[in-house]
Design a protein around this ligand. Structure first.
Ligand SMILES: [Mn+2]
Length: 478
């Protein structure tokens, strides 16, 4: 009898980041997370994803929480499990390119406050927009003994996106010093047999571990994981069942059970997973009752596959059309999206390119003439300010939208004038609020939202001081 060589599939649990971002608009507060950390720490997850652009923004904006404080509390609780975050390349966790000194400082502070694995992506798959974040991670890995740079391929469909294209990108990612590669399928477009093909190709072209990230939106995700694991993928992203499926990830327990007794067996304890699921179930019920979780995001949205448009982009589009009282133009806009995407070099549709292409498609349809009007962001995309697209842009569209304007071929930071250090000037703008070094970074990313949060924090602290002072006098103000 030959012994089966064990190759347990590794699992990244997303309940503390993408799962609640996808199902409840990123509104899970730290106080819901902390009581279950001990149990989650015993599972044996490869990583727990817990931080990213939306979690950072929503913490400050809606939950009035310091995201850095959340990270430190999670780090304290997870004694044995690596923590993972999502990072928007040169845009860090924000919406514009930053100078390299801000990227470096953010990476340093992320790692020193508790992050182990940084997943870095760019909305155009322009490798140059990823390099600073990868270099920064490698620098602080040496200093702190912790930190891994994982570079993501923003997965999409189109003429340009051949197996050869992905293989070349994987080779470049390995050369640029990344520790692993993620296939980031933000829309659930990767179908099972294509996933097997893609994983096999990547495995032939790089020695780096491959992680697969997808969403259940189109209904194929758990089958996609099965075929990808059989083809050799090393790590998959899943969510504990009360926060799985719909626009979130496949369920952790289901994938664990699927591989039980095979060479890919995770070895996870289903009873422990059940306890974790039991913990999150009442919170899910609460979210459904309050309407924070809508049944609209829980089913299968097959239009994702029909139109190859991410689910989040579809719902944005519907609400934009509603505002314009033009819901009858839905189909026209859906058909215009792929044309606009072609005109601007066929980029992946992920934040921010998804919003840029979607909004321009709406303009084109509602104005009755294509590119009669263009948004500032669409002009910037044509100017090259987000970086280079995989295919050339349509010259006629360029001539109509930005006639005679110079176009940049540099990476996004240079193209937009963020080529010199800017951390000092950012700090000068906000120093009255600074209580920790990390505050400068919060302000750099979300100036208005962070300022509002700093003011709120100050008010809270002053209230505490007042009550402390009054305590001496025996008074307890409410
Ligand atoms: Mn995702």
């Amino acid at each position: 009898m030959t012994e089966v060589v064990k190759k347990p599939v590794k699992i990244t649990e997303t309940v503390l980041r993408d799962a609640h971002q996808s199902l409840i608009a990123t509104r899970m507060p730290t106080e819901i997370m902390l009581p279950i950390v001990d149990k989650m720490d015993k599972v044996g997850y490869n990583t727990v994803e817990c931080w990213g652009g939306a979690t950072f923004d929503a913490s400050l904006r809606f939950l009035k929480e310091d995201p850095w404080d959340r990270l430190r509390k999670l780090r304290d609780g997870f004694k044995n499990t690596k923590l993972q975050m999502l990072f928007r390349g040169q845009n860090i966790l924000g919406y514009r390119p930053y100078a390299d000194d801000v990227v470096y400082k953010f990476v340093e502070k992320s790692i020193s406050n508790g992050i182990d694995v940084i997943r870095i992506f760019d909305c155009l798959n322009d490798i140059r927009n990823l390099q600073a974040a990868v270099d920064a991670t490698n620098k602080f890995k040496v200093q702190e003994g912790r930190g891994e740079a994982q570079v993501a391929l923003s997965y999409t469909l189109g003429d340009a996106y051949t197996l050869e294209y992905w293989a070349n990108m994987a080779k470049k990612i390995e050369e640029m010093g990344a520790d692993s590669i993620c296939i980031k399928d933000m829309a659930g477009l990767l179908v099972p047999y294509k996933a097997a093909e893609l994983v096999k190709t990547l495995k032939e072209n790089t020695k780096l571990p491959i992680q697969l990230h997808t969403h259940y939106t189109s209904g194929v995700a758990s089958m996609t994981y099965l075929k990808a694991v059989e083809a050799g993928v090393d790590i998959i992203d899943t969510a504990i069942s009360p926060f799985a499926l719909g626009t979130s990830q496949p369920a952790t327990e289901v994938m664990v059970e699927t591989f039980k007794g095979t060479e890919f067996d995770t070895g996870f304890d289903q009873n422990l997973l059940a306890e974790i699921a039991d913990y999150f179930t009442p919170y899910r019920e609460e979210c459904l009752k309050s309407g924070l979780m809508s049944t609209k995001v829980l089913g299968v949205n097959i239009k994702t596959l029909l139109y190859q448009v991410p689910g989040g982009m579809l719902s944005n589009m519907v609400s934009q059309l509603k505002e314009q009282h033009a819901e009858d133009k839905y189909r026209d806009v859906l058909e215009e999206i792929p044309r606009v995407r072609k005109d601007c070099g066929e980029p992946p549709l992920v934040t921010p390119s998804s919003q840029i292409v979607g909004t321009q498609a709406i303009f084109n349809v509602l104005m009755g003439e294509r590119y009669k009007m263009a948004t500032g962001e669409f002009k910037d995309l044509l100017r090259g300010n987000y970086g280079q697209t995989v295919k050339p842009m349509n010259q006629e569209v360029i001539d109509k939208v930005i006639p005679g304007e110079p176009r940049s071929t540099a990476r996004s930071a240079e193209a937009t004038g963020h080529d010199k250090p800017e951390l000092e000037s950012i700090e000068a703008e906000m120093k009255q609020y600074k209580q920790q070094e990390e505050d400068v970074l919060s302000y750099a990313l979300f100036p208005q939202v962070a300022t509002d949060f700093f003011k709120y924090r100050q008010a809270q602290q002053e209230k505490v001081d007042v009550s402390a002072a009054d305590t001496k006098n025996g008074a307890y103000p409410v």
